[in-house]
Design a protein around this ligand. Sequence first.
Ligand code: 13P
Ligand code: SF4
Length: 391
Amino acid sequence: MTTIDLPLLPLGRGKDLSAERGVECPGDLPAASDPDLVARAAAAKAALGDRVFVLGHHYQRDEVVEFADVMGDSFKLAKDAAARPEAEFIVFCGVHFMAESADILTGPEQKVILPDLAAGCSMADMARLGQVQDAWDALTDAGIADVVVPITYMNSSADIKAFCGRHDGAVCTSSNAEVALEWAFAQKGPDTKVLFFPDQHLGRNTAVLKLGYSLDDCVVWNPLLPNGGNTVEQLRAAKVILWKGHCSVHGRFTPEVVDELRATIPDVQILVHPECAHEVVLKADLVGSTEFIINTIEAAPAGSSWAIGTELNLVKRLANAHPDKKIAFLDKTVCYCSTMNRIDLPHLVWALESLVAGTVVNQITVDPETETWAKLALQRMLDLPGKTSRD
Ligand code: 13P
Ligand code: SF4
């Protein structure tokens, strides 16, 4: 078994270029206290005009959202990036794996920029290519790799997406995990199994609650243990092999808080993202992607009460935008996604002003070989039959 080095670096310090996070972001940033930051961002964006297209994930800070040309979840932003071939620069206000996907889906002349290289995703770091290759070797030794379809959540590095492309698999997002799993189970006959990574919760919630598999049909693959911590018989019996990864934000919501809020807020409806643990999702009224959560709140009647389990920037924005509805955050101990929050106004101003001055900073590029295979896996997602977003 290959030993994988998993350095835990303080956010934004040190160098581990293979990781989604913990990467230094050198640059002559403006001071956060500069009172002209908003005016500077507006001026730089105006100077660049149609040459720049700014994408913003829904978990971004308000100060950044203000300058986004489009907002979206990771599925929508992947499509939006691909639909802007005329933009010379795509400034991605999100995290590293999203910028990589944008680079894969945009033309060779287009440059994708991540304003802070330390904006990674801890979940994406939980599945490294060497670990996934080791898992595949173990499944081969167990005699089942030929019926396993690998599906990776969008929240993974480009080399993991490329692995899925090479092995007849695909990418999915929280908007289309159900159709992606339906597609996967139709690929290799009745004995098909799915290897799902990196988010065990999205995989379990989708397989059990949407496709009707039982919890006993699922095993968890711990990359630090031989055979992922399973016997060969368990692997052969499983329908879904769930990688032991999770989101450090959504994984903190608990079923106990759901009970507390139901006891204290009359008629509250619990609305959560499928990255939450299965026990939380089981207690929720509605579960869906970021776009689904937004659409649900927009369509909700005035006076209705909601407790939302997703990233705090988005929940606060929804609460401010809908003062006629009572909107609570699902758990007072859960905080912002610290890596999404790395993108702030000073980094955005620095990235935009550098482009105006003719310097491309923090360009995200995927090597051509990885890009070819990752694009295949992404394209399989974009081509999924029927409705590709359940929103
Ligand atoms: P979506 O954008 O697919 O809803 O995923 C949420 C998330 O955690 C992004 O990092
Ligand atoms: Fe990663 Fe979770 Fe942050 Fe999304 S919210 S970027 S999955 S850590």
